[in-house]
Design a protein around this ligand. Structure first.
Ligand SMILES: [Zn+2]
Length: 245
């Protein structure tokens, strides 16, 4: 059974790019006769506001976009679908995975200066103890790690590097949550903006380690981005640090 999903993040109001992604997802589902799940990714949405979830349901209603699985409204979402109560579950999956991880003590300011998501210090070999709430946990991405995704080849070690898998504020990283949720949903088709190609590669890398075979073999569709008059990619009204997908 083919299944795709809308996976908005409630960290701001949806912009035209997010809406375009929802519509592309719905279009693909219609073409395939696939089921659609609504998955609202609030696991690491530290700027979560209830009105952002209201906005998601409003946009889906206005655009006539329907779904088969997931919350029906904001109350249903908060009562039964919020990922914020699944932190222990995500941690358990991570600890039982085959991923090689290490604690990274580099400060957020230092990390911002690196072009990739990798550690800028030497934490990989330093043997720092993981102190949840104080240190982030990163996944070791071996040199020359190549991932095929959506007809492209991504050098994960160069494009992203050792990604954070558990945040220093003791919340799961978005990439981990997305893979676990797609595994549990049985997602077979994933529609994202073209800027998230490397992100998809990272998720495939993680998927192999947590037994998410359907995420490894899923069909990935990366569509062109909606840009503003100056050709800049749109971002959420509250300036999200990363776009949900
Ligand atoms: Zn580090």
């Amino acid at each position: 059974m083919a299944l795709t999903r809308y996976a908005p993040t409630p960290s701001g109001f949806l912009h035209a790019g997010n809406v375009a992604n929802l519509e592309r997802t719905a279009e693909l589902a219609r073409q395939l006769g696939a089921a659609v799940a609504l998955r609202i990714d609030d696991a690491d949405a530290t700027r979560y506001r209830r009105e952002y979830v209201d906005d998601i349901f409003r946009v889906l209603a206005v655009r006539g976009l329907d779904w088969d699985l997931g919350p029906r409204d904001t109350d249903d979402f908060e009562a039964n679908f919020s990922q914020r109560r699944k932190t222990d579950y995500y941690r358990e999956v991570l600890l039982e995975s085959g991923l090689t991880t290490y604690a990274c003590v580099c400060s957020r300011t230092t990390q911002c200066q690196t072009p990739t998501g990798g550690c800028v210090g030497h934490c990989r070999t330093a043997g720092h103890a993981w102190r949840p709430g104080h240190t982030a946990l990163r996944v070791s991405v071996p040199p020359s790690t190549s991932i095929h995704v959506g007809g492209e080849m991504v050098r994960l070690d160069l494009e992203i590097g050792d990604l954070v898998i558990w945040r220093r504020d003791d919340l799961p990283a978005y990439q981990l949550v997305s893979v676990i949720e797609d595994r549990d949903l049985g997602t077979t088709h994933i529609v994202r903006g073209a800027d998230l190609l490397a992100s998809s590669a990272a998720q495939i890398f993680l998927a192999r380690a947590i037994g998410a075979d359907n995420v490894v073999t899923a069909t990935y569709v990366h569509h062109a981005l909606v840009v503003d008059a100056e050709g800049r990619k749109l971002s959420k009204s509250t300036m999200s640090s990363r776009e949900g997908a």
